[in-house]
Write a protein that binds this ligand. Structure first.
Ligand code: UDX
Length: 458
């Protein structure tokens, strides 16, 4: 039997919520942020999680953490193929989750459980919740526009847009999904493409059967996509984000954050540093890594570069750096394995963010008014990058092959050029709009109030 890590349960509260995340950094952060928001509004939180990538419960003494077996083999428990991993979890977690949820529901010593809040990708939880007569609300951790693009997969396949053909017109607009182009279709590399299509299909359909969707997004950013999706799905939607504005993501970090970079940033001139990070999954070849290194060096801009161990294929860490690189950039560059990203983006020395456009990173950048150099790798990142560059116009895309000359000019465009200055102004305006949406009566505030009322009605 799994042991319960009950870390200090606070005073008895009225209603309990059970939360269950997909165990990947980009999903754990928003789920724990949502838990923190809801706890601050009076709900008790039970956080069910897999052993794989289990969160650090000691940072959340007021939640009850319950581990369940994930049944993953060593080969499955890797981040190399996140589609295969997500599909496997939807099979292996069914029984442990059902058993634990049933036990929680029958426990008379705790507050009554109002509902389950689970990640959209953990689609199996809908039938488990149905069988236990518990309402399920989903959290979609990506943007709304990306969700719509994933939901359109069946029709895009029917029309021949997916798989993207070698001779496809990549710049052509995608029908019914403006401003997306063919090259923005959020495909993800995986051993078997059918696994991705099935995962997205089931996630969308089970979300349709849920009692509502919570978004880490807001009307001001995605009004059109939200309006379209409200019609398409016909279930309540709660765009209450950005969660990053309520609480930091630092306490849910799976990797140790190297704080020495903050002291380094303290010594840099205002808005002079480009922060470079590609999130918790994206990886590149050694050749690309070397091009990035020389692009950064030749740009002459100070840089803070996160090189996550394992993110350069075939290397442990920065072993592939050319031998004269560190000498060339001495004092102008800082390389760490993992950074306190929200603090970095809020630092006055940071003037730009070269990002892979994971949704959390994109929102964190928007929250701090930092313009972006966009280099999406897979999935929703492509959709996010298109919105950053073409709709909100707070970033430029770095397209084509990763090559040092293009990188150098992309960085200089963002950091020192007129175009960069204009993007910086727009980014600051956008940040103000985001702040307004969270104020009393703002759209996210109203959605949060509606969500609290909804959760209290069960
Ligand atoms: C994944 C997907 O890749 C992404 O496309 C999807 O939107 C969410 O799930 P990931 O690639 O890790 O996420 O990117 P992102 O969504 O940006 O999340 C990364 C998180 O790690 C952010 O909250 C960021 O602040 C944090 N981080 C990143 C750190 O704390 N330190 C770092 O050095 C880098």
């Amino acid at each position: 039997m799994e042991s319960e890590r009950k870390v200090e349960v606070g005073e008895k509260r009225g209603v309990r919520l059970v939360l269950f995340t997909l165990p990947l950094q980009g999903h754990i952060n928003p789920m724990l942020q949502l838990a923190t928001i809801l706890h601050s509004r009076g709900f008790s939180i039970t956080f069910v999680h897999t052993h794989f990538n289990s969160p650090n419960s000691s940072n959340y003494p007021h939640f009850t953490f319950i581990p369940i077996s994930d049944g993953l083999s060593d080969a499955q428990a890797s981040m190399e193929d996140v589609v295969a991993l997500s599909a496997a979890l939807n099979v292996s977690c069914v029984e442990p989750f059902r058993e634990r949820l049933a036990r929680l529901l029958s426990d008379q010593s705790e507050e009554p459980i109002a509902c389950l809040i689970s990640d959209v990708i953990m689609h199996f939880t809908q039938s488990v919740a149905d069988s236990l007569k518990l309402p399920r609300i989903v959290l979609r951790t990506s943007g709304v526009s990306a969700f719509r693009a994933f939901a359109a997969f069946p029709i895009l396949r029917q029309k021949g847009f997916i798989p993207i053909a070698a001779d496809a017109e990549l710049e052509a607009p995608l029908p019914d999904l403006p401003p997306l182009r063919v090259k923005d279709i959020p495909v993800v590399d995986t051993q078997n493409a059918e696994t991705l299509y099935e995962l997205m299909d089931k996630s969308t359909n089970q979300a349709k059967s849920s009692s509502g969707i919570i978004w880490n997004s807001l009307e001001h950013l995605e009004h059109e996509s939200l309006t379209a999706l409200r019609q398409e799905l016909g279930i309540p939607m709660y765009p209450i984000g950005p969660f990053q504005k309520y609480c930091s993501s630092s306490s849910s970090s799976l990797l140790a954050q190297d704080r020495s970079c903050i002291a380094w940033l303290d010594k840099q001139a205002p808005k002079s540093v480009i922060y470079v990070s590609y999130g918790s999954i994206a990886a590149m070849t050694e050749t690309e890594f070397v091009e990035v290194a020389w692009g950064l060096a030749n740009s002459n801009c100070p840089f803070l570069w996160v090189v996550r161990p394992g993110s350069v294929r075939g290397s442990e860490w920065i072993d592939a750096l050319p031998h004269d690189f560190l000498e060339t950039v001495s004092g102008r560059g800082c390389i760490v394995k993992w950074a306190p990203q929200d603090e970095v983006l809020a630092h006055p020395a940071v003037g730009g963010f070269w990002t892979h456009n994971g949704w959390n990173s994109t929102l964190e950048s928007i929250c701090e008014g930092v313009p972006m150099l966009c280099r999406p790798y897979f999935g929703d990142q492509r959709v996010n990058a298109r919105y950053v560059s073409d709709v909100w116009r707070v970033g430029v895309q770095l397209e084509n092959e990763l090559e040092r000359g293009a990188i150098e000019s992309g960085i200089r465009r963002l950091m020192v050029g007129k175009v960069g200055e204009e993007m910086r102004m727009r980014a600051l305006k956008l940040k103000e709009q985001v702040d307004l949406s969270l104020e009393k009566g703002g759209s996210s505030d109203q959605s949060l109030e509606a969500l609290i009322a909804f959760l209290s009605s069960f």
